[in-house]
Write a protein that binds this ligand. Structure first.
Ligand code: GMT
Length: 372
């Protein structure tokens, strides 16, 4: 098949999933055209059967807000026409689903291009609910030829929040490359992150309010009272200054490492002893799955989608949102008991291999494309 994939290229789960999916499809012989405003961060410069098309958003003094959605539509239309695409698979509904539908209508034979939309999270639960966007998001998801959500939780939210009873949302979970995200017994980079006797707590995100970064720091600080440890923070975003300030206030500034945006998170995760994800809401929690694949137990929140990934008490602990003390107790218990730590790590790996493998999930998308 000839498949267009539209996604955000930056550090974030939806872009990561879209890129990994496109790469796997290309390996399976499909021709894959990525359409994005920059080179997707997980996409190698050259890979057989993959092509990158940039969305060029022209600026003009009249535009306080350059119309990204129009530029995306034009890029999708051009690629669909010139490369004779069979379908466009768009990731994150806002505005990619809308742009794809418009691009399809611009074709001479619109019915020949199918639009598959994958919902990732805040495109439904937050941004999509904003009055400035809600009605067009509803229209676009209702008119897509196929609609997928990354968890049962997100499917329920979509149906409830948009009241689109007729929407046929298929759940196709995210996946992890278990060959890349794996336990590293040598933990080669560990020495650069912590002293040998210290445990490494890790968090990876785009530091937005929904991630509750302050809770990450507070859980880490309480855990450090009982266990020699360091907190390694990977990523960047609006709440980073809050995290820096909180770490200083709690007196652990010298034990918190801010690594900023990183491309090779697998190598870092392999060095971690515990992954923290205390988000307000998480439609899936891809970073938690990647941690599990590296045999790293997860301490997070019971917030919707994460419950479908992290099995509470099996490969980590899930506690109520904001329950900093309980999360820190759970972290301490896991870190202090090497047998429990090993057991949870192995259980996480087994879940990643059995439920969220590349082979299993990519085949689900291929089946859907075939049906569409
Ligand atoms: O939805 C977002 O705000 C961004 C998006 C992203 O690109 O990182 O995150 C969502 O999609 C990921 C991939 O499917 C999921 O792993 C995240 O749980 C989800 N984020 C939220 O629901 C907050």
């Amino acid at each position: 098949m000839k498949i267009g994939i539209a996604c955000y290229p930056t550090y974030g789960g939806s872009g990561a999933v879209a890129t990994e999916l496109g790469m796997r499809l290309a390996q399976r012989g499909h021709e894959v055209h990525f359409v994005s405003y920059a080179h997707p961060f997980r996409l190698p410069r050259f890979l057989r059967n993959t092509y990158f098309h940039e969305i060029e958003v022209t600026r003009y003094p009249l535009f306080e807000y350059p119309p990204y959605s129009l530029a995306a539509t034009v890029a999708m239309h051009e690629v669909a026409t010139q490369r004779h695409l069979d379908l466009f698979h768009v990731h994150y509904a806002v505005p990619h689903a809308t742009s794809a539908l418009l691009a399809k209508q611009m074709l001479e034979e619109p019915s020949e291009l199918k639009v598959v939309t994958t919902l990732h999270g805040t495109d439904i639960t937050l941004v999509g609910q904003d009055p400035s966007y809600r009605s067009i998001v509803k229209f676009s998801i209702e008119r897509s030829d196929a609609l997928t959500a990354v968890s049962e939780y997100l499917k329920r939210e979509t149906l409830a929040r948009f009241g689109c009873a007729g929407c046929n949302v298929r759940v196709i979970p995210n996946f992890v490359d278990t060959d890349l995200f794996r336990h590293d017994t040598d933990k080669r980079n560990r020495g650069a992150l912590a002293e040998p006797e210290e445990k490494i707590l890790m968090h990876i995100s785009n530091f937005r309010p929904v991630k509750r970064i302050e809770d990450v720091v507070r859980v880490a600080a309480r855990t450090m009272d009982k266990v020699a440890a360091r907190l390694v923070l990977v990523g960047d975003g609006p709440d980073r200054p809050i995290a820096e300030e909180r770490a200083r206030n709690l007196g652990i500034g010298d034990r918190v490492l801010f690594l900023g945006k990183q491309e090779q998170v697998a190598e870092l995760l392999a060095c971690a002893d515990l992954f923290l994800l205390p988000s307000e809401s998480e439609s899936f929690g891809l970073s938690a799955l990647e941690a599990m694949s590296c045999e790293v137990p997860v301490v997070g929140t019971r917030n919707g989608g994460l419950e479908e990934v992290v099995e509470d008490g099996v490969c980590g602990r899930l506690l109520p949102v904001g329950a900093v003390d309980a999360m820190s107790d759970a972290a301490t218990q896991i870190l202090a008991d090497s047998e429990l730590h090993r057991k949870m790590g192995r259980a996480g790996r087994a879940i990643a291999e059995e439920k969220f493998s590349v082979e299993r999930i990519v085949a689900m998308y291929e089946r859907l494309y075939g049906e569409v």
